[in-house]
Design a protein around this ligand. Sequence first.
Ligand SMILES: [Zn+2]
Length: 76
Amino acid sequence: MSKYILNQNKQDSKSGENYELHNEETCHHLPDPENRLFVGYFDNCHDAKARAKERYPLMSSDIDGCYHCCNSCHNE
Ligand SMILES: [Zn+2]
């Protein structure tokens, strides 16, 4: 299980601006601590992404996995 967090600041990406989901234990591109929103502990980024959308419904349509640490959940 790894701890997942969401960047509360929107980041630019090819598909527009997104709130990026990160694996806090493996990612080398984490936002500053004050910009991290706690998501939870999960075995994979798919579960973490689903939980992030439930937990932060106002941000849900713009949540995307980080290219570096959550590549299989990354939409571009
Ligand atoms: Zn990341």
